[in-house]
Design a protein around this ligand. Structure first.
Ligand code: MN
Length: 282
């Protein structure tokens, strides 16, 4: 079965040693195989401490982030693009340093509502940055996957088909990262996007339509998990959920996490683990 993971924001909004210990121990206790680190500020992550806690708990790691407008590789301003590349290089250094396997998320633009469509120059700058990042990741032995997110969070690619076209533009074989929450907003259904990716699917986020408890919203998880199993995907499947009960200084606002969808992280995570395991095994 696929390695199962949980996003760090289910547990904590920061990465002090106390928070990291709580998040990593809780992830292991619930039965997950890996934790997905939130690397929006890679410099704030203590690599040695994280690596030690992961090893002590026998837990794997992946990492995700979204860029911001000050470090946006899809900017038309070369100085902003350069800051974006520096941010991505720093994130990869952390993933590699902690022994992580995957770098994913919105790495190709800022995670924000853009006020206009992406220009040809924006797409070109982003595609070139992704080709550069793909080389760095390959050298580090880290799998790179670009997350398809909804129209309020990027203007580069909102569907699997658009992301595949964008990756082709980069001239690489970078993998696609699909997320049921975003698919539920933008795609015609949940089967076709998985089939379109096929062997190019490289990471999966499982989130409900309101990003709370799995099975309590609109996402057709039967179709999604059926498609993921049918395409032979063997990579990580990670639970992503956000509530105002756990707040990250920048990510929570970027994702518009205004509502309290849950209070009890452990109950939420244990429910998600059982939910995903049952559907991936059946
Ligand atoms: Mn996601």
């Amino acid at each position: 079965m696929n390695p199962l993971g949980v996003h760090a924001l289910v547990w904590v909004g920061d990465w002090s040693e106390q928070s990291a210990r709580f998040a990593i121990e809780s992830t292991r206790e619930v039965g997950f195989d890996l934790i997905e680190l939130a690397l929006l500020d890679p410099a704030a992550t203590d690599v040695a401490m994280t690596r030690r806690l992961l090893a002590d708990n026998g837990l794997g790691a992946t990492a995700s982030l979204g860029l911001d407008l000050d470090a946006d590789v899809s900017s038309e301003d070369p100085a902003v693009v350069a800051r974006g590349r520096d941010r991505l290089a720093a994130a990869l250094e952390v993933v590699h340093g902690v022994g992580g396997t995957h770098l994913c998320g919105v790495l190709y633009s800022a995670l924000t509502k853009y006020p206009q469509p992406a220009s040809a120059l924006s797409r070109q700058n982003s595609a070139q940055a992704m080709a550069w990042l793909a080389e760095q990741c390959a050298a580090a032995g880290v799998t790179l996957a670009l997350e398809v997110v909804n129209r309020y969070e990027t203007n580069i690619a909102n569907t699997a088909a658009e992301m595949l076209t964008f990756i082709d533009q980069s001239g690489t074989d970078i993998a696609v990262h699909l997320d049921s929450y975003h698919m539920n907003i933008e795609e015609n259904g949940l089967v076709e996007p998985v089939e379109q990716c096929g062997s190019r699917l490289g990471y999966v986020h499982i989130g409900e339509s309101h990003r709370g408890y799995l099975g309590t919203g609109n996402v057709d998880f039967g179709s999604l998990f059926g498609a993921v199993r049918a395409c032979g995907y063997a990579g990580p499947v990670t639970f992503e959920s956000f509530s105002s009960a756990v707040v990250h200084p920048s990510l929570s606002n970027a994702l518009a996490v205004w509502r309290n969808l849950w209070q009890d992280s452990r109950d939420l995570a244990a429910h998600a683990h059982a939910f995903m395991k049952e559907r991936l095994e059946s």
